[in-house]
Ligand binder design. Structure first.
Ligand code: SF4
Length: 390
């Protein structure tokens, strides 16, 4: 089995979105707007939701941000998680404003009675808490721990990973001592080997807390997407992970796109179109890069799952992309349109893009009419599209 069965986890409810158990892996992101500006924050939440984000985290760094929450939470189109550090009154304000989830580490709140107050209110309101330990901000390792790991012959990687796990367990214990179990956990690191080892170790422990995955501060879109895909993708393939966030230094809607590409690659979720495009080689006879980009632009507007192939030669194209629902092989002055590897029509190069779009629409229309995987007979080709003779 290539993708391991999911680690069994308890089910949490974040504002109606179910997390854990057999529920699909949930895509999360975070606003970059100033939370003190409700209009800007709501606009970004809407933009993220339209991109497919299912839960949005918002930073609540101070009282002014907390004071804006009543103007944000009731109008948000997806459930919200308040990201809070140190200050328990901010968590209380978020809970009073109707927040759906908290991200806070109880061990970072100084007074035990303050933690108790937050946890009691979260419990009353059935609001889950995510404990999030990041290697960059985790408490320094005590000497006794370093000595213990040295005695066990642990490598630097194991030392770091184990410290992330122990830190998370410390926060979890505070919640469990208060009889709180609606907890989700993340153990983020920038170094993928540390991240993998930490999650692997935590997942082997006898608890069923859902896990949120992410590579912290992954970077700019190109490198950050790859790093996130390796880190998050590897864990998901091991059956670990219930929610994911791709952290990128760019507009967060890009994070949502990358998150779905990771889930689609592992066939854990389907969302919108998947494009297969050949890298081109010495046989290519058209500007495939530009053609593929035009198809990509067209596919971005399609929400239903469909696989579309764009191939650079008519000799190998259809055969190389047999699994595509619909495809185009371009070259030699013409374009061959195919479905599931079977050629349905050949058109002049000038018509090939429109013909491909037309065929994609036909596939979607067929599905809506209950016709599955039927290779379109030429007769069904609608006369609305004027074709140049090949
Ligand atoms: S489909 Fe044709 S052009 Fe594209 S990589 Fe394969 S052989 Fe080369």
């Amino acid at each position: 089995m290539l993708v391991a069965p999911r680690r069994p986890t308890r089910v949490l409810d974040v504002g109606g979105v179910k997390i854990g158990g057999n529920h699909p892996v949930v895509v999360q992101s975070m606003t970059t707007s100033d939370t003190r500006d409700p209009a800007a924050t709501l606009a970004q939440i809407k933009e993220l939701a339209e991109a497919g984000c299912e839960i949005v985290r918002i930073a609540v760094p101070d009282r002014k941000a907390a004071a804006a929450l009543p103007q944000i939470i009731p109008h948000a189109v997806v459930p919200l998680i308040a990201d809070i550090h140190f200050e328990h009154t901010l968590a209380l304000a978020a809970l009073d404003a109707g927040i759906h989830g908290l991200r806070l580490n109880p061990g970072n709140i100084r007074k035990a009675e303050d933690v108790r107050e937050v946890v009691t209110k979260a419990k009353q309101k059935r609001v889950p808490i995510r404990i999030g330990v990041n290697f960059g901000s985790v408490a320094p390792m005590p000497e006794a721990f370093v000595d213990e790991m040295a005695e066990r012959g642990a490598s630097q990687l194991e030392l770091r990973a184990e410290w992330l796990v122990r830190s998370a367990l410390g926060h979890i214990k505070i919640l469990e001592d208060l009889d709180f179990y609606d907890t989700k956990v993340s153990l983020k690191a920038f170094e993928v080997p540390v991240l993998l080892e930490a999650y692997r170790r935590f997942a082997a422990l006898p608890n069923d807390y859902p896990l949120h995955l992410g590579v912290t501060e992954a970077g700019t879109p190109r490198a950050g997407s790859v790093r996130s895909a390796v880190g998050i993708g590897t864990l998901l393939a091991l059956g670990i992970g219930d929610t994911i966030r791709v952290s990128l230094t760019t507009n967060p809607t890009e994070e949502v796109f990358v998150a779905y590409e990771i889930l689609k690659s592992l066939e854990l979720r389907q969302k919108g179109a998947t494009m297969i495009a050949c890298p081109t080689c010495g046989r290519v006879e058209v500007d495939l890069f530009s053609l593929a980009n035009q198809v990509d632009e067209f596919l971005a507007k399609i929400d239903e799952p469909i696989r579309v192939a764009v191939m650079g030669c008519v000799v190998n194209g259809p055969g190389e992309s047999k699994d595509a629902d619909v495809g185009l092989a371009a070259g030699n002055g013409k374009g061959v349109i195919f479905r599931k590897g079977k050629i349905v029509r050949t058109v002049a190069e000038v018509d090939m893009l429109d013909s491909l779009k037309h065929e994609i629409n036909l596939v979607l229309e067929d599905r809506r009419n209950g016709i599955v995987d039927e290779v379109t007979p030429t007769a069904r080709y609608k006369p609305t599209l004027q074709l140049t003779p090949v």
